[in-house]
Design a protein around this ligand. Structure first.
Ligand SMILES: CC(C)(COP(=O)(O)OP(=O)(O)OC[C@H]1O[C@@H](n2cnc3c(N)ncnc32)[C@H](O)[C@@H]1OP(=O)(O)O)[C@@H](O)C(=O)NCCC(=O)NCCS
Length: 162
């Protein structure tokens, strides 16, 4: 039997970095004042900006970058392999990247395919984002669509943040 253990290894981070174990995060970087909840995996080369929070049970895969002041809700899954040839692509050259801007809040249990999401976007809980989001606003559903253009105060500013 091969047995591996979750770990925090080769992680660059700024000041005030908080991790709630167990997490499996490796060869990635975080800015200042970041938080990572339990049961999170962050893969290599992921870059996360300042004051961003990755809530419990998230999977942040290789080729994802996340800006400053983002809130990645519980159980958010990122995707880099679209199974374009009908099966998992084991060659990283076939994987696609995702860029999340600044002040983006992603609701719990959302799935983010390889896309760009602009600053000041809100993604509703349980959404599946399949296309780039280029205009600030609130998006929800499967596939995620604009539900309104209102950007309320970012959840990151809420002192009751969970
Ligand atoms: C998307 C969201 C931000 C919208 O909130 P809002 O701006 O107050 O919008 P409303 O509740 O007025 O809903 C507007 C419409 O979108 C629909 N809607 C709202 N949230 C939705 C969601 N997650 N998925 C699909 N549709 C949604 C509503 O049913 C409503 O549709 P209608 O106009 O046909 O009745 C919010 O519903 C949400 O999902 N927040 C995520 C919270 C979260 O995950 N927090 C994590 C920490 S606990």
């Amino acid at each position: 039997m091969k047995e591996y253990h979750s770990k925090v290894i080769d992680v660059e981070h700024g000041d005030n970095f908080t991790v709630v174990q167990p997490v499996n995060i490796y060869s990635c970087s975080f800015g200042d004042d970041c938080f990572v909840g339990p049961f999170v995996e962050v893969q290599k080369n992921v870059k996360i900006g300042n004051r961003s929070r990755i809530q419990s049970h998230c999977f942040v895969c290789e080729l994802v970058s996340i800006g400053d002041d983002c809130f990645i809700g519980h159980g958010v899954m990122f995707i880099n392999d679209l199974f374009k040839d009908g099966a998992p692509a084991y060659d990283p050259q076939d994987w696609k990247k995702t860029n999340i801007g600044n002040k983006v809040s992603i609701g719990s249990n959302s799935t983010i395919l390889p896309v760009d999401i602009c600053d000041n976007a809100i993604i509703g809980a349980g959404s599946v984002v399949v296309k780039d989001i280029t205009t600030p606003g609130t998006y929800a559903g499967n596939p995620a669509k604009l539900i309104h253009g209102i950007v309320k105060t970012s959840m990151i500013d809420d002192e009751n943040i969970k």
